[in-house]
Design a protein around this ligand. Structure first.
Ligand SMILES: Cc1cc2nc3c(=O)[nH]c(=O)nc-3n(C[C@H](O)[C@H](O)[C@H](O)COP(=O)(O)O)c2cc1C
Length: 219
């Protein structure tokens, strides 16, 4: 009987997923240079929904152009991104599949950020050792703007009718760059103690919750 649990609904506070089979974040360069999405991504996501997964957690979705790892990932950085994500959500919802957007920012860890990205933003001004692109430590204004970009990304995901958001806080990207004592060399209130290093992430969470009362409305 225990094996059947995987096909039982999974309930979160405001979200019920029809089973416990979730498609994890897998990125791919399906989309257009400018961050607009295209049919290839919709077809790809729809295959998992048709196959019966309860929910799809998207790949890395940049909340700003400066937060890209590479071009050709669909972004959520402007309101005109909303119709694409709405179309994608509607397509996977046809199969009673939920869609969670992974809100993301590369910080200094970019493969090729694109011609617009000359100097990346990070918690530090030290370059990422693998790729070596130049970066600069974010000012408090940069931090405030980036926190707002995450909150706006969540607002757009919600307006697109998606089912929730996940913050990409792993794999060396911007949130990790603040959390990690091996990367974050700041001397202000965003560096030093764990509480300070977590401040950026907590501000992102609070900004999203303040804006939307902590809930996504689920169908
Ligand atoms: C091609 C590829 C793309 C990935 N893209 C993302 C991503 O966009 N966001 C993310 O959080 N993880 C990403 N991951 C990590 C996977 O979601 C997963 O955590 C990782 O592959 C470990 O799981 P596995 O052992 O089943 O492969 C990616 C992994 C691969 C191989």
């Amino acid at each position: 009987m225990a094996a059947d649990v995987i096909f039982e609904p999974l309930k979160f506070r405001n979200l019920t997923v029809k089973n416990r089979v979730l498609r994890s974040n897998i990125s791919g360069r399906f989309d257009n240079y400018d961050g607009s999405g295209n049919q290839a991504r919709i077809n790809w996501e729809a295959k998992f929904a048709e196959g019966g997964v309860g929910a799809i957690i998207s790949s890395f979705v940049p909340v700003s152009i400066r937060g890209r790892i590479v071009p050709n990932y669909a972004t959520i950085h402007r309101d005109d991104c909303i119709p694409f994500w709405r179309a994608l959500g509607q397509r996977v919802h046809q199969h009673d599949c939920r869609f969670i957007m992974q809100l993301s920012h590369s910080g200094r860890q970019q493969d090729i950020g694109g011609v617009e990205n000359t100097i990346a933003l990070s918690s530090t001004s030290k370059s990422e050792p693998l790729h070596g692109f130049r970066c600069q430590a974010m000012t408090q204004q940069d931090i405030a703007e980036t926190v707002a970009a995450f909150a706006e990304g969540a607002r757009r995901a919600r307006e697109a009718g998606l089912d929730g958001v996940e913050l990409h806080g792993a794999n060396g990207y911007l949130i990790t760059q603040f959390l990690s004592s091996g990367i974050n060399d700041r001397r202000d209130q965003y560096g030093g103690s764990l509480q300070n290093r977590a401040r950026f992430l907590l501000e992102v969470v609070q900004a999203i919750r303040q804006k939307w009362g902590g809930t996504f409305t689920c169908k």
